[in-house]
Design a protein around this ligand. Sequence first.
Ligand SMILES: CC(C)(COP(=O)(O)OP(=O)(O)OC[C@H]1O[C@@H](n2cnc3c(N)ncnc32)[C@H](O)[C@@H]1OP(=O)(O)O)[C@@H](O)C(=O)NCCC(=O)NCCS
Length: 294
Amino acid sequence: MRYFGGAPGERYPADFWAQVYALYETSFPGLPAGIQRAEAVGVPWPTNTTPFTLFDGDEAVSHVGVLMQPMRLGGEDRLVAGFHAVCTRPSHRGRGLARRLLAEACAFADARTPLSELSTDDPPIYTGHGFRVTQTYRFVASPAAPSSVVCRPLRPSSVAADLELLRGLLRRRAPASSRWGTLEPGWLVLTDAALSRRADTVFWSLPEHDAVIAWEAVGDDLHVLDVIAARLPPREVILGALPPTRGRVLWSFAPDLLDPEASPEPVPAANGAFMTRGPWPSLGPIGVSPLWEH
Ligand SMILES: CC(C)(COP(=O)(O)OP(=O)(O)OC[C@H]1O[C@@H](n2cnc3c(N)ncnc32)[C@H](O)[C@@H]1OP(=O)(O)O)[C@@H](O)C(=O)NCCC(=O)NCCS
């Protein structure tokens, strides 16, 4: 078996990635199609990940990816290693391949930052490597006086000007949360949006505020997924840009900068587990927007 690991993804040739994408398809059906959608909004997958892989002959059989995400954590700028796309070809499972690659990936991450995280439906795979399940929260918004805010939907996958507007704001963004907020310049938000087919449905421009907000309806509730601006607009503006709802408005990230009175409620375990590794600072209730996870 041949091992490749620790070099930035963009250093590998296209046929290497074709093999890795074929492996992904065996374990996460549809992921390669999502990767193509992300490329279409200007985010080539290999440019933001460091792959750790095992090949059996010409076939990629196991993979762990690590990306480096700048974040604002507890008011400080920190670098966090994100583990993602952990998979082994069904024919090669149960032989310790993922365990070996996770050990390599942890050593790589540890050399760059003490903080790692991941999202998973399968926490036991990671506990032996020091990852621990961390409860995440969403936050019920405080009521706001009704107001009317000019907004228009963006279609970044199909309208070049919309993509440019969104990318420009992502590059200049302030963190939406000082407690636990992403500071990456857009590759993660755009990749998450493309993979989850949210790219053309969740982003709204607020032209009078030089801001973009992302939200979606979940049943009767509205979930605010992100607020992207160099200067965050006030809560009343964000809530005023949402349609009327019979349900609640929930921030999917800690709204310490927007709505400090919002009340946290635990995210149900059915939504998957968030795991952390290393000496994370004590942050209070955090929220991980689906546009910030990996
Ligand atoms: C999960 C997966 C990556 C494991 O790969 P693998 O090469 O068979 O794993 P290993 O043989 O190296 O075992 C790794 C560890 O996980 C445990 N493990 C393996 N499969 C497991 C499962 N389905 N549930 C719980 N634990 C599991 C093993 O006991 C081992 O534990 P240890 O390191 O404490 O001894 C593989 O089954 C897979 O690709 N699944 C589909 C994709 C997926 O679910 N990815 C992970 C979630 S994001």
